[in-house]
Design a protein around this ligand. Structure first.
Ligand SMILES: Nc1ncnc2c1ncn2[C@@H]1O[C@H](COP(=O)(O)OP(=O)(O)OP(=O)(O)O)[C@@H](O)[C@H]1O
Ligand SMILES: [Mg+2]
Length: 180
């Protein structure tokens, strides 16, 4: 099941980053926390263990949340109210059918004053609201020198003005077009 939202809506801009270590993913999460605006919907796509939850956890820490941050794999959604933001972290990995999203009335969480990060959004497609931004997490095959690496490649795709605004703030980060 790999629905490609790019078939439905247009990508406005793209950006690719190479994150060599877990610390890089965390540091990106810290930076991203400062870009969050109410209403933002971000899909975090990519295989198991590529760093989606690590990224969200870093954002929440930067926003000042000091409690436990669990993966929402079992609860479907974890709710955080922090720094005057309503941040919802979803994970639909366990869905067998996309309509389970409707069945659980999860659409109610997506409001203009809430921020939604969604892991495994494809499993709730087409019921899950379309994103402002998709971040695709991938294992990298090699690092810049061509040696085996445990790094990650993150591809950001903006689908709205709000998504584009987030991307433009990565201007100062080193990006990559190489075949990692
Ligand atoms: N840039 C990186 N380089 C190497 N390891 C990383 C990097 N970013 C994160 N990791 C590690 O990868 C693992 C990612 O786990 P995490 O739970 O965040 O993945 P996930 O994408 O949310 O997986 P799932 O789909 O199962 O929820 C963690 O052990 C983390 O330390
Ligand atoms: Mg996860």
């Amino acid at each position: 099941m790999n629905h490609n939202v790019t078939n439905q809506i247009k990508v406005l801009s793209e950006r690719t980053l190479f994150l060599k270590t877990e610390e890089d993913t965390i540091s990106l999460g810290y930076d991203f926390a400062h870009l969050l605006k109410p209403g933002l919907v971000v899909w975090l796509n990519g295989d198991l263990g590529t760093g989606k939850t690590t990224f969200v956890r870093a954002m929440l820490r930067e926003l000042g949340f000091s409690g436990p941050i669990k993966s929402p794999t079992y609860a479907l959604v974890e709710v955080y109210v922090v720094s005057r933001l309503y941040l919802y972290h979803f994970d639909f990995y366990r869905f067998n059918e996309p309509w389970e999203f409707e069945d659980a009335s999860l659409g109610e969480y997506f409001q203009k004053e809430t921020i939604c990060f969604v892991e495994w959004a494809e499993k709730a497609y087409p019921y899950v609201p379309t994103p402002d931004l998709i971040v695709v997490f991938k294992f990298s095959k090699k690092n810049a020198q061509g040696f085996a690496s445990q790094g990650r490649i993150l591809k950001f795709k903006a689908y709205s003005e709000a998504g584009q605004l987030c991307l433009s703030s990565f201007r100062n980060r080193e990006s990559t077009d190489a075949n990692y």
